[in-house]
Design a protein around this ligand. Sequence first.
Ligand code: PLP
Length: 420
Amino acid sequence: TASLADTDPQIAEATRQELTRQRDEIELIASENIVSRAVMEAQGGVMTNKYAEGYPGRRYYGGCQYVDIAEDLARDRAKELFNCGYANVQPNSGSQANQGVFTALLTPGDTILGMSLDAGGHLTHGAKPNQSGKWFKAVQYGVRQDDLRLDYDQVQALATEHSPKMIIAGGSAIPRIIDFARMREIADSVGAYLLVDMAHFAGLVATGLYPSPFPHAHVATTTTHKTLRGPRGGMILTDDAEIAKKVNSAIFPGIQGGPLMHVIAAKAVAFGEALRPDFTDYQKQVVANAKALAEELISGGLDIVTGGTDTHLMLVDLRPKGVKGNATENALGRAHITCNKNGIPFDDEKPTVTSGIRLGTPAGTTRGFAEAEFRDVARLIVEVVDGLAANGPDGNAEVEAAVRTKVKALCDRFPIYPDL
Ligand code: PLP
């Protein structure tokens, strides 16, 4: 019965500080969002106590009748959201969702073709330090030199040369819409599976603002915590009964044991929220805000990779200002604007330095920012970057302090979690 503050003041205090940070800082990390109280409540509930290996109605433990309700609702809502026949909501993360698909459809030594990390892909799509790059023969495609957009001709050429068993579309820093029909055509030309990893843009897909992976993808994976605005976790979707069966066996008992039933309950809550009309309004605002942010950054003298964005995220090319991604991330952090350094395609800098930052609008939009606020945010970013350009890697403390004050004022106008 004792509270967290009584039993563990250190964790209670760290949590309180994290709440203050989230309230007072502008969150521009493209993969983050701010979940509802309802999602947090479900995730913080008693379902955390329950072992439920197996699937609803076919568990290896007793007492699963109520967690089954949660998992059934999560699956049904996921299928409705993404208009597909089968959903597995048990992956603990996006990485495990991908690992589950690989376990279902591949064997170690098979060839996979995914987008390289440098071009905007994800670690789990065949990057060398990841299991996907160690256990499979991973071939990587990128973007075109001239317009920095996905190089479909290269995908086709590499597919023809290497005959991969699976082609992966999707990534973590792709600002433009991917042509899934084209990717499927390429996959079909070599008899490969097409996996679409829609982790970043799943919220846009759910609301019709980004084309659906279906019917093109054999299977799709996603995280549930980015644009989809649910708890941290993963999910696998397919329209193919055979693949669904293999995926279920691959997740349990293939790579996971007891599913996180409290997280699955929170996934159900988030999917329920995503089915409501106001979620579509939210996603429209996310995209409009990203366009406004990109435009205003360009007006401030920065470049945006591909000249803009169709989605919730953009890659800012800092080279026109002569500053690096790592120093910019730090300077913006001191001004209470949170983002991450990110390599730009064909970046000459090391991944620990980079020539870019990645920005996204999902979290700011959740707290209520519209285009006017995001234009303000862009101007604040330009102020900090100009301070950095003029003063060297340590930045301009005076400019950063002034921006921090303006950030606080903006955040105070759009409070989050007022009753926590
Ligand atoms: N796939 C993509 C495209 C991602 O961007 C990410 C996370 O950034 C993942 C998979 C992995 O998700 P997680 O961090 O939950 O393992």
